[in-house]
Design a protein around this ligand. Structure first.
Ligand SMILES: [Zn+2]
Length: 611
């Protein structure tokens, strides 16, 4: 029958060898020889990853009869024609503890569908069932399952039978198995769960309380019935890590365990703020990119790159609302929020590549550039996340200013939801710009040409002024100064400090150049990324002493830098630069008119307008 479900089975067969055994059974295989394929990438992470490279072995059978299976290209197989049910079984290596991969060891398992589930070509629309089995052995008796995939049979959080409407849904529900801490809460009628894997001592009660507030805010923001009937935060806590990937009813997050609140913690630390920002970002994606999605992703072509110039809207606008939601629902203060904005503006200003690549180009080339960064990326590219979020800020403030506060980007997002999210129609390449102009009834072509298709700087200072905020610039105080905060050293004193025009890092006991900025002192002198600096004017250079050593000089001074390139010792004559005024601080303007301050309060405190 054409409606027979495609039946999958996944078994963590060899946790100690990090191998899942995954099978798929098709009741009525293609009489010409059924083809199967693994995705080349995972939606949400725009890089060709070729998951088929982790297939260790594969074989096919019809009942007990072996069926030949041959490879057609890097990730497609074809089984010989057969009449009965056809089962293909693959062994998949899983040792990638990232939000995009699959991981299995004796402590837990985690997988994303694209890494393990073969797509049955021609049967993508059929319902899928997947039997999730536990590993064999007494030591795994306490293992449970966490996934947003609907359960068909078996106890809650148990191993057993799960189901998905089609292949697209099947691979959009990552699965965690193991012993995890579980918290639950209800936000606006939607049951939510948070499952945390890894050693941690989290204050689960507080975490659930804060996430509940955040999720309720986002649901209220969109102003309509939430599109998911349950939601799951899958969190892996490690010593040091950061990452998130959005799904239709869940998200996989990787964080440092110290980013999570511990019992007895008060206030919102900078680290917890980072975690909340990440959770907020992925949750907002439930609407923006999982449902309002580019036409280029409707449907996803899992065999190759899917190019779109719209990632500034899907990642940038999401990055704008992630932190904005935190201040709007009271999880962080206005001061905290302005610090985060100041840091975003600083990051963009310190990125010489913003003058070489537009945000539309950055989006289009995400596959070969943003996701494949190297030492030159800072000089050649711009982030559609960072610049995209500042474009969203400018757009929001521009609409608020020109409509005297009657409309905002919030209204644009809700209109995008009504037109594209609710209907499932893909957003055409000009769709966001069109809706953004239509909703407030403004001509925005000039703004978008400048913001998206040119490398001219954004009118940030001018627009912040409309909400009573002043953007000031100063040189960095130290290499750890990310901006956003006032510092005690007066700006003229900072301007007398020199810079070598490169970013350095400690590599073991050595001082290594990571990036050389375009046009800067290091580049003019011929220094390069990966050079190891050993001396400055005859004095030994160490990671710890580098800042002090440099502080002995003034901009314009000539110094000798001795460095290793590979194993060859080289000498460079460097003329030091002055530190650029590339560090932004955004703060309320004392002399701002009352109307501007009023508008700022409306922007930062605003819930959605009632229809
Ligand atoms: Zn994102």
């Amino acid at each position: 029958m054409a409606s027979d479900p495609v039946r999958y089975r996944i078994h963590p067969k060899s946790p100690e060898a990090h191998r899942f055994e995954v099978s798929v059974t098709v009741a009525n295989p293609d009489p010409a020889g059924q083809r199967f394929a693994l995705p080349a990438w995972i939606p949400g992470s725009y890089l060709i990853r070729d998951f088929a490279r982790h297939v260790v072995a594969i074989h096919a059978a019809s009942g007990r009869r072996p069926v030949q299976i041959a490879k057609l290209d890097k990730h497609t197989w074809r089984a010989a024609p057969c009449s009965g049910p056809l089962t293909v079984t693959a062994e998949v290596y899983a040792w990638d503890l990232s939000v995009r991969g699959a991981h299995l060891d004796t402590t837990h398992g985690f997988f994303n569908g694209p890494c393990v589930f073969l797509r049955v070509l021609g049967a993508e629309a059929r319902p899928c069932e997947v039997e999730i089995l536990p590993p064999r052995g007494a030591r795994y008796r306490a293992w449970r399952v966490a996934t947003a995939m609907p359960r068909k049979r078996g106890p809650r959080h148990g191993f057993g039978l799960y189901a998905a409407a089609n292949y697209d849904e099947l691979i959009d529900h990552p699965v965690e198995m193991g012993v995890f801490a579980l918290g639950t809460f209800v936000a606006r009628g939607v049951p939510h769960e948070i499952a945390i894997t890894g050693r941690q001592d989290v204050d689960m009660e507080r975490l659930c309380r804060d996430l509940r507030r955040l999720c309720a805010h986002h649901i209220r923001f969109w102003g309509v019935q939430p599109p998911m009937d349950r939601y799951l935060f899958l969190v892996t806590a490690v010593g040091d890590g950061y990452g998130g990937l959005e799904h239709r009813a869940s998200t996989a997050l990787l964080c440092a365990r110290d980013d999570l609140p511990r019992r007895g913690d008060r206030g919102t630390s900078e680290r917890y703020r980072t975690f909340l920002g990440l959770a907020s970002h992925e949750y907002f994606h439930t609407w923006n990119v999982k449902r309002i999605k580019p036409a280029a992703f409707t449907p996803y072509d899992l065999d190759r790159e899917n190019h779109t110039a719209l990632l500034w809207a899907f990642e940038g606008i999401t990055s704008y609302y992630d932190d904005l939601a935190l201040v709007r629902c009271g999880l962080i203060t206005e001061r905290d929020y302005l610090e985060l904005l100041g840091r975003s503006a600083t990051a963009l200003l310190r990125n010489p590549g913003r003058t070489r690549q537009t945000v539309a180009e950055s989006s289009w080339d995400a596959w070969i550039k943003y996701y494949r960064q190297d030492e030159n990326s800072v000089n050649s590219g711009v982030s559609y996340y960072g610049k995209g979020s500042l474009i969203a800020l400018c757009l929001d403030l521009l609409i608020r200013d020109r409509t005297r506060g009657r409309k905002s980007l919030d209204d644009v997002m809700r209109a995008l939801w009504a037109r594209y999210g609710r209907t499932g129609i893909g957003v055409p390449e000009n769709g966001v710009e069109r809706v953004a102009a239509e909703v407030p009834g403004l001509r925005l072509r000039g703004f978008f040409d400048r913001a998206l298709r040119s490398t001219a700087d954004l009118p940030l200072a001018q627009l912040l002024k409309t909400v009573g905020l002043a953007l000031t610039l100063r040189p960095a105080e130290s290499s750890s100064d990310r901006g956003g905060r006032a510092v005690s050293t007066p700006a003229p004193d900072l301007a007398r400090q020199p810079t070598i025009g490169a970013r350095v890092k400690q590599e073991g006991a050595e001082l290594e150049i990571v990036q050389v900025f375009d046009g800067g002192a290091a580049q003019r002198a011929g220094l390069a990324a990966r050079d190891v600096i050993v001396a400055l004017d005859g004095l030994r250079a160490t990671p710890k002493g580098w800042a002090t050593l440099l502080a002995r000089y003034r901009p314009g001074d000539a110094v000798d830098v001795v460095a290793f390139r590979g194993d060859e010792l080289m000498k460079f004559a460097v003329t030091l630069d002055a530190r650029a005024r590339d560090t932004c601080v955004i703060a309320p303007e004392a002399a701002a008119p009352a109307s501007a301050s009023r508008r700022r309060r409306a922007w930062l405190a605003q819930g959605p307008r009632r229809a």
